[in-house]
Design a protein around this ligand. Structure first.
Ligand code: SF4
Length: 500
């Protein structure tokens, strides 16, 4: 086939999703900044450099979800001549007259999730993730050849009420229906605008065919804790067999990745359907991954309640991974969400199990102490403005964050967003105009905490990152600039005033 004809099915995303982030995934958060504050060239060179490209314009590393969809299409019977995971800067080699479907995977296409308040705080135009997504779907080759655009991934729900020129929105697990949807589109059969994919049995989640960004390897899907605002909880809990997980680790290492991030909603409950941990199986998995020889192993995500229930497991995992010897530290993504037991009871009644809801702040503090002892770096989320939250609830979260200040990590305060299909899906989201003085104090406090710890995190991450000294020097400079620029906002917010 002549190259310019393009592939029939092109899987891709924009620059904010298709980046190596210099080996430090947290740099990807820069995508939430507007262009007026972070110009394109700074975003591209220092935060979201493009993934490497193959000679045929393919992306050599890609988001894990996109890799799963690619694998499902190949397993379904499509050939490699028909399907490509395309590099967004080389779409000229992938999209042509033969292209009938462009499948886009995105976590936050309209910028509705990640630290949405920044857009409102800064007030300097749309964030990069939204503008780059819109630029992608308006790419000249897509306009010229008019393939059907199907958007899937964690953020696809954001497009439900948007009229931006997307043909189909795919909600749910891609492997279940996407190959059949492609088949129908290629045959000219009707396909609804919104498609819902079912849960795929764990042993039928396919093995990736190429490396994933940050070496992310799926361990399982779903969460039983049932938090009212959360979408993973809508998925049934499943864990993949150890061998399939190790196969995905092997694919990553064979294709150039050196670091592995194990992903599920609670990696510590691997192999368990509820709150009891299966220590033997978790350690078998960890030993298996370690034996394959990655430079580092990290975890995304784990439940604080599980860690609190079984601190011994954290210590054993540390030992197997070699935290403190083979790798200096281990990062783990966690959800604190609130310091108010009342809000926890109202919207996350199972969050602390088997611990008591009333002990949540203590559980969080105990875990931070444990993480500190074991050299684990927590990256935590908070949810601000959940329905019914009062000033007193926010003060409790402020007190909790204050008590964690000495521990290294990051804390991301997220405005509550209504996600279609969740228990709170029909309620109103939270915005700048709803914020109480206490909310601004909390955002200011998190900003202060993050600016304080970012420098340490940068120096810790330095040796892992693929970036050269120029990028590191620039990042140090940007860090200092952020200190100066954000300081005035931080001070204002800490006084309980809106940032602008
Ligand atoms: S514990 Fe985390 S993943 Fe599970 S339902 Fe709650 S917010 Fe979602």
């Amino acid at each position: 086939m002549p190259r310019m004809q393009g592939k029939r099915i092109v899987l891709t995303s924009d620059d904010t999703m298709m980046s190596s982030y210099h080996g430090g995934v947290m740099l990807g958060f820069a995508a939430i900044m507007p262009r007026a504050v972070l110009p394109d060239w700074i975003l591209r060179y220092f935060f979201c450099p493009p993934v490497p490209a193959g000679p045929d314009g393919s992306a050599q590393i890609a988001p894990c979800g996109m890799r799963k969809v690619e694998a499902a299409l190949l397993d379904f019977g499509f050939s490699k001549d028909e399907v490509i995971v395309a590099h967004p800067h080389h779409l000229d080699r992938a999209i042509g007259p033969r292209t009938e479907i462009v499948g886009i995977t995105h976590d936050d296409p309209m910028g509705k999730i990640a630290v949405r308040e920044l857009e409102e705080i800064i007030g300097r135009g749309p964030p990069h993730n939204r503008s780059k997504f819109l630029a992608l779907i308006n790419h000249p080759l897509i306009r010229e050849h008019r393939p059907k655009i199907v958007v899937g991934g964690n953020g696809a729900w954001e497009l439900m009420d948007e009229d931006v020129g997307v043909d189909h929105i795919y909600l749910g697990e891609g492997e279940s229906e996407f190959p059949r949807v492609c088949s129908k589109i290629l045959q000219g059969d009707p396909v609804p605008r919104v498609i819902r994919g079912d849960a795929v049995p764990a042993d039928r989640i396919p093995i990736n065919r190429g490396a994933t960004i940050a070496g992310i390897v799926e361990v399982g899907r779903g969460c039983w804790r049932g938090c009212a605002f959360c979408s993973p909880t809508m998925r049934q809990v499943r864990h993949r067999p150890v061998e399939s997980i190790l196969d995905d680790v092997r694919v990553n290492l064979l294709n150039g990745q050196k670091d592995i991030i194990l992903h599920s909603e609670d990696v510590l409950t691997y192999g368990s359907r509820g709150m009891e941990t299966n220590d033997e199986l978790v350690l078998k998995l960890m030993r298996g991954v370690k034996r394959l020889g990655p430079h580092t192993i990290d975890i995304s995500h784990l439940s604080l309640a599980t860690a609190h229930q079984n601190p011994g497991l954290i210590r054993k995992v540390s030992e197997v991974v070699g935290v403190g010897s083979d790798q200096k530290y281990m990062s783990a993504w966690i959800g604190i969400e609130t310091g108010s037991c009342r809000i926890l009871e109202m919207h996350m009644p199972r969050k602390a199990l088997p611990g008591e809801v009333g002990r949540w702040p203590q559980i969080v503090q105990d875990c931070y102490r444990l993480f500190d002892e074991e050299s684990w770096l927590p990256v935590a989320s908070l949810v601000l403005g959940l329905p019914g939250e009062t000033a007193q609830d926010v003060v409790k979260t402020i007190d909790l964050v204050e008590s964690l200040k000495e521990y290294t990590g990051l804390i991301l305060p997220l405005f509550f967003t209504t996600i279609t299909g969740t228990k709170l899906g029909g309620t109103k989201g939270f915005g700048k105009d709803d914020a109480l003085p206490e909310h601004w104090q909390l955002v200011g406090l998190c900003l202060e905490y993050n600016l304080l710890h970012l420098k340490k995190l940068h120096s810790l991450y330095k040796e892992r990152m693929s970036a050269g000294p120029v990028v590191h020097a620039a990042l140090t400079g940007i860090n200092l600039m952020a200190d100066i620029v954000l300081n005035k906002y931080m001070k204002r917010m800490k006084r309980g005033e809106p940032p602008n």
